[in-house]
Design a protein around this ligand. Structure first.
Ligand SMILES: C[S@@+](CC[C@H](N)C(=O)[O-])C[C@H]1O[C@@H](n2cnc3c(N)ncnc32)[C@H](O)[C@@H]1O
Length: 249
């Protein structure tokens, strides 16, 4: 277990205002939204009108999915939900923890995207997928996309992203590192260089992410009572396995 440095998750709290600058919702996320929509339409055994986005963050996926579905988003952090609401005024957003929340209703489709990476233990990972199952109608489809798996993880990978808006210039430096590849978590560290009209501010952030092998994903999905179909999604040099998971009728 990693214990020396505490998780801060500032990107979802006091630095959440930076989230809109890290990846453009209407361009970078649009293609993925079409991929998700295609999988839902292809695999569903019922009409698909409603969709639940679990860990919706700043609502970038919601923006694109709302073209096809009536979308509800759930997230743990109010600052991220505020971003999501500003971007998607017509959608419904609820505060909740994916390990435990129960909305008391079911949806035709569920998206479990990058937020599940924050499930850094097997118990939390299983609990989050049970939440997804509990909110899906029989014959509906959950789309789950592991951000990284044991197979795709690249030790010490460091990416730099730059963005600018209204006098603010930001550099995001993101590093991933797994001190113990035998366990099921790794660490993400982010350095933010924020220039507000030229004045530099340097901030740091850090969180622990879960990492599971593709076979572990498949096993847990089967045990959660999903029928699982693998597909692949490629963006730039990265190939992602995307699971289309049907809840048996
Ligand atoms: C990378 S962001 C998701 C961005 C999102 N895909 C979008 O379209 O903007 C990850 C999100 O996971 C959320 N999160 C982390 N742990 C969570 C939990 N236990 N339950 C619900 N949301 C959680 C964070 O608050 C954060 O907003």
């Amino acid at each position: 277990m990693i214990t020396d440095v505490k998780d801060t998750c500032r990107l979802y709290t006091d630095l959440a205002w930076l989230w809109p600058l890290w990846g453009d919702a209407s361009t970078q996320y649009a293609h993925y939204g079409e991929h998700v929509t295609g999988l839902v339409r292809r695999h569903a055994r019922r009409p698909t009108r409603t969709l639940l986005d679990i860990g919706c963050g700043g609502g970038k996926n919601v923006l694109n999915l709302a073209r096809h579905f009536e979308v509800t988003g759930v997230d743990l952090n109010p600052a991220m939900l505020a971003q999501a609401k500003a971007l998607n005024p017509g959608c419904r957003f609820v505060e909740g923890d994916m390990r435990t929340f129960r909305l008391g209703r079911r949806f035709d489709a569920v998206l479990m995207d990058d937020a599940i990476s924050h499930m850094s233990s097997r118990a939390d990972f299983v609990a989050a997928l049970r939440t997804a199952h509990a909110h899906l109608e029989p014959g509906g489809v959950m789309v789950a996309t592991p951000d990284v798996t044991t197979e795709t993880f690249r030790q010490n990978r460091t990416t730099t992203t730059t963005a600018a808006r209204e006098g603010i210039d930001v550099v995001f430096v993101e590093n991933v590192y797994d001190p113990d590849p035998a366990d099921e978590h790794y660490e993400t560290t982010v350095l933010y260089l924020i220039r507000d009209h030229g004045r530099l501010r340097i901030e740091t952030d850090r969180w622990t992410m879960g990492i599971f092998a593709l076979d572990a994903w498949r096993r847990v999905l089967h045990e959660t009572d999903f029928e699982v179909h693998d597909s692949s999604y490629v963006v730039d040099e990265d190939a992602y396995t995307v699971f289309a998971c049907i809840k048996p009728a």
